[in-house]
Design a protein around this ligand. Structure first.
Ligand SMILES: [Zn+2]
Length: 292
């Protein structure tokens, strides 16, 4: 389940790059990531299907119910123009479930990819929990971030991806390019495909296709082979070259007779160059008494 960060076209403007808005860029990234993942065999939902729809934070997290993962897409902000590292915010430690381990593992799988593709500092991994029982389950085990709190409440590992800082000029410029967002989406989809072993499925699919193709090529080859033999037969002026055992029995006496009489002399290279059609004609003429 993909959560395209904040609602609206013009939410969280970059103070250093005119025209960059976190809400608009992450809406675009979510769409690109959705199709990149679907190409790799994932089933992908969005927490909202219009740029202006604005469900509450915990509700967005809860909309991941039934999915394997909740990913919230953002770019970060700082009062300093310097920070550019991706922040990967995962579930905080919880000994009761393995949701936190899963959340951290997915985060790890994506953090380095974001740094590399965007050409920014190494990822910073982060968790934040609250010190009160937010969901009333009797444990102090609740996430600070509303979307992660929501995802955890429906048993889905969640991760917030902060794609660098839009308060950093180079970062905001990079994120302003649709081509870059496409590259980012493809790289994240690759990392997720690897993480969920979707590549194996894809490889298997490709191998099946290759096998089918090989069979088709075999069939084609044997057909061509037959066709080739037919062609040879049709074009064969020389099928029975010698007066020997390979002559059909019905033609033997006629061919022997015409050779003896000197009518058939061959081509000077020890071949009579007789096709089946020619022999049939000769035999018919012979029966008609032409050479008696
Ligand atoms: Zn944000």
């Amino acid at each position: 389940m993909l959560d395209p960060g904040h609602a609206g076209e013009f939410y969280n403007a970059s103070p250093v790059v005119e025209g960059y808005f976190e809400s608009r860029a992450m809406w675009s990234l979510a769409g690109k990531l959705k199709s990149a993942l679907e190409k790799r065999g994932f089933e992908v939902g969005l927490t909202r299907y219009s740029i202006n729809e604005d469900p509450a934070l915990t509700e967005r997290g809860r909309r991941s119910a039934g999915y394997d993962l909740f990913l919230s897409l953002h770019s970060n902000a700082s009062s300093s123009p310097l920070p550019d590292a991706p922040w990967i915010i995962t579930f905080s430690n919880d000994v009761k479930t393995d949701l936190d381990e899963n959340s951290k593992a997915v985060g790890k799988a994506l953090g380095g990819v974001i740094s590399r593709v965007m050409g920014i500092s190494d990822p910073f991994y982060y968790t934040k929990s609250v010190d009160f029982d937010r969901d009333g389950n009797g444990f102090i085990d609740d996430e600070y971030y509303g979307v992660l709190f929501g995802a955890k409440s429906v048993g889905v590992p969640g991760v917030i991806l902060e794609h660098g800082f839009h308060t950093n000029k180079r970062c905001a410029e990079w994120l302003s390019s649709e081509d870059n967002l496409t590259r980012l989406a493809e790289a994240e989809a690759d990392a997720l495909a690897k993480f969920y072993n979707m590549e194996d499925d894809l490889n298997e699919e490709i191998l099946k296709q290759i096998e089918k193709l090989e069979k088709a090529v075999e069939t084609l080859k044997s057909r061509l082979d037959k066709y080739d033999k037919m062609k040879v037969y049709q074009n064969a002026a020389v099928r029975w070259a010698y007066v020997d055992g390979n002559l059909p029995e019905w033609a033997y006496s006629t061919v022997a007779k015409l050779t003896r009489l000197g009518y058939l002399r061959g081509n000077g290279e020890n071949s009579l160059e007789l096709s089946e059609l020619m022999m049939r004609l000769l035999v018919i003429l012979d029966r008609a008494g032409v050479w008696d």
